[in-house]
Ligand binder design. Structure first.
Ligand code: FAD
Length: 157
């Protein structure tokens, strides 16, 4: 974490990290593990009013956490110590006027090769995720949020 997080108000924190050697290498085991992470996240985040989204790609995670400042700080401090990832780099951390991911205490989406067009359109350099601008990272997360909402609506209808 680059800077201490102030302790008041609605806060948004976005970070990126790399899978560690402790994270499974096969896609099916990864999906299982991500499912476990989301189960624990929903349970914990709901209790402290955190909402957000977790993206997973071939070797990296990107996650947004939104909520009361102290809850975001405590949750991120726990996440960053998790041995399943490493080299977490905070892209954005600061006060937020409103929640952008209010629908989920946590939701995950794996970005597959079919989603390459999104990354290309946003001109994201996957090898330098930690140095993405906050605007680029939030644009990606919001685009995937809308995709996820659309997928959920299609599954219902
Ligand atoms: P449990 O889920 O019951 O786990 C108990 C302990 O075992 C914890 O210390 C946990 O870290 C460890 N553990 C569990 N499974 C494994 C495993 N397979 N390998 C290594 N250690 C393991 N937690 C949240 O609350 N909110 C989030 O938004 C969130 N996002 C995450 C995003 C990523 C990319 C990762 C890797 C983890 C995330 N977590 C999140 C999980 C977080 O790091 C903690 O594991 C979790 O919060 C602990 O929850 P718990 O106290 O209910 O313990």
């Amino acid at each position: 974490m680059s800077e201490p997080i102030p302790r008041k108000g609605l806060h948004r924190l976005v970070y990126a990290s790399n899978f560690s050697a402790a994270f499974p290498s096969s896609v099916s085991d990864q999906d299982h593990e991500i499912g476990e992470i989301i189960r624990a996240s929903i349970r914990n985040n709901r209790a402290v009013a955190i909402t957000g989204l977790l993206l997973a790609r071939d070797r990296w995670f990107m996650q947004v956490l939104e909520g009361p400042t102290d809850a975001v700080a405590a949750t991120y401090e726990r996440i960053v110590r998790d041995p399943r990832h490493r080299r977490a780099a905070v892209i954005e951390s600061g006060p937020a006027p409103a929640r952008l991911f209010a629908n989920w205490n946590m939701c995950a989406r794996r970005l597959s090769r079919a989603d390459d067009a999104i990354l290309a359109r946003l001109a994201l350099d996957e090898t330098r995720l930690g140095s993405l601008s906050p605007a680029q990272a939030v644009a990606l997360l919001v685009e995937v949020r809308d995709l996820q909402a659309q997928t959920a609506a299609e599954q219902l209808g």
